[in-house]
Ligand binder design. Structure first.
Ligand code: MN
Ligand code: MN
Length: 458
């Protein structure tokens, strides 16, 4: 450890009334936004209330104009026009709203010995054993052949049923216990238990028929409709405070909805920025940012092209390139919180500690920084200065010990435009587990940090 005395985010922390209310909003955001679609829907409704207008409805991009772009209902961007022309650059905080989960397969439904199940395919980096024997909910959409969208949430209100994936009783788990942890529960073993009451059915596979009848009656879905569905199995239940002193927040999907929320709270306060201010909520980060809703798609670039055109009255490709290249961005994602229970995988001198404020990471990546967007020290110095001036507690961290693994996020897909970009988030305990833990003090610091970054004038 450095000899410098550790300053905690908690020390001298004066939480404003607004920030206190924001904590309650955050809990609701986590509880009600468990998929990328649900999260964007909440963010979009908040943005609408704050005066953001959909891109295809705005007339111009004069200072103070608020614009929103929805990307297939699964990602989105919010922007406020600055006093400076957009081609001089902009400020960006980009987070992601997808989270690890189990997706329902295309042919999911089957019956075995009177029990019916959904086959699942996991999304993102999960430890499979964590998903058995806990209450699960089903969220998502089914698009019928005629294009009609059926929205489904089962397992969140008190009289809803929940779902589970079974685990083996310890009495018979001798062989399972001898296996390596990642082999104890297999991907094909993650089958969601659906039902076993066949009493109104006749013929073959009565239990499965009963489930199909229920799906038809309650949701208008037939077996073939799963082909055009995005149904996600997520932990059931509400996010809540954790710890005797209520200093933690426990909830599903805080990677990266904690940063998404802080990014929203930062832009919510802004009306007339010097620089055009943008926050972005990406999908598909957990599986490598692919697809037309992931950060590798060009929606940010296209959005900037639209804004330049709105601002100038005509499309100017060079101005688009300049705006992107001169931008300054925080890639808003969480860091691995230092966990004394797993100290052996952490480098104590370069870890993210809960309660010590926001975390900046010069680079992520694996092994020799593979896949990292290694931030320029000139830009890091600028961000340090902004955070210090705003009295934000901050620390710097790597994911863990160099040889222990690694991970990447979306910074490199912003850096390709030439903009300056630095990873900045908070430390999380039990990252990617069904319930993740964040620090209340760190979240407050992150809201302040993102706001300070978006509004600073240089
Ligand atoms: Mn993340
Ligand atoms: Mn993640």
């Amino acid at each position: 450890m450095s000899s410098k005395k550790v300053k905690l985010a908690w020390d001298d922390l004066i939480v404003s009334e607004k920030e206190r209310r924001a904590m309650a909003e955050y809990l609701a955001f986590l509880s009600e936004g468990k998929t990328e679609r649900e999260s964007w829907k909440i963010l979009e409704s908040w943005a609408q209330k704050a005066g953001f207008i959909a891109l295809d409805e705005v007339q111009g991009f004069k200072p103070g104009q608020k614009v929103s772009l929805a990307v297939r209902g699964k990602a989105g961007i919010l922007a406020i026009a600055g006093h400076r022309p957009l081609d001089e650059g902009f400020r960006l905080v980009a987070a992601h709203i997808d989270a690890p989960r189990l997706d329902i397969k295309q042919h999911p439904l089957y019956e075995e010995e009177g029990l019916t199940f959904f086959k699942t395919h996991y999304y993102g980096g999960i430890k499979k054993y964590q998903w058995t024997a806990l209450p699960l909910a089903l969220h998502g959409v089914v698009i019928l052949r005629d294009g009609h969208k059926v929205e489904i949430i089962i397992g969140e209100v008190d009289d809803d049923p929940i779902f589970t994936i079974t685990d083996l009783l310890p009495h018979l788990a001798k062989e399972q216990n001898d296996k390596k942890m990642h082999e104890g529960i297999t991907g094909e073993g993650l089958n969601l238990l659906l039902g076993h009451d066949p009493s109104n059915e006749a013929g073959e596979e009565r239990a499965k028929s009963a489930i199909l009848h229920l799906l038809k009656e309650k949701y208008g879905i037939e077996e073939d409709d799963f082909v055009s569905a995005e149904l996600e199995v997520v932990p059931a239940g509400k996010a809540r405070y954790s710890g005797l002193d209520r200093s933690f927040i426990a909830g599903y999907g805080q990677d990266d909805r904690v940063c998404s929320f802080a990014a929203w709270k930062a832009i919510e306060k802004i009306e007339q920025p010097e620089w055009t201010t943008i926050v972005l909520f990406a999908d598909k980060e957990e599986i490598g940012s692919e697809s037309n809703t992931g950060m590798k798609a060009l929606y940010l670039e296209n959005f900037i092209a639209e804004l330049i055109t709105l601002q100038n009255g005509t499309y100017d490709g060079l101005k688009v390139r300049r705006a992107l290249a001169k931008a300054k961005a925080l890639s808003a994602d969480v860091a691995a919180g230092y966990d004394p229970n797993y100290a052996e995988v952490m480098d104590k001198r370069n870890s993210a500690y809960l309660g010590r404020g926001v975390v900046i990471s010069k680079y992520t990546g694996s092994r020799g920084k593979s896949g990292a967007s290694d931030a320029n020290p000139e830009f890091i110095a600028e961000v340090r200065r902004i955070f210090d001036e705003a009295k934000v507690s901050w620390q710097t961290a790597e994911l863990g010990k160099v040889d222990q693994g690694g991970g990447g996020t979306i910074a490199q897909y912003m850096a390709i435009y030439g903009m300056e970009v630095l990873d900045c988030g908070v430390g999380i305990l039990s990252m990617h587990a069904p319930w993740e833990i964040a620090s209340v003090a760190d979240l407050i610091m992150m809201m302040r940090a993102y706001h300070a970054f978006l509004v600073y004038e240089d």
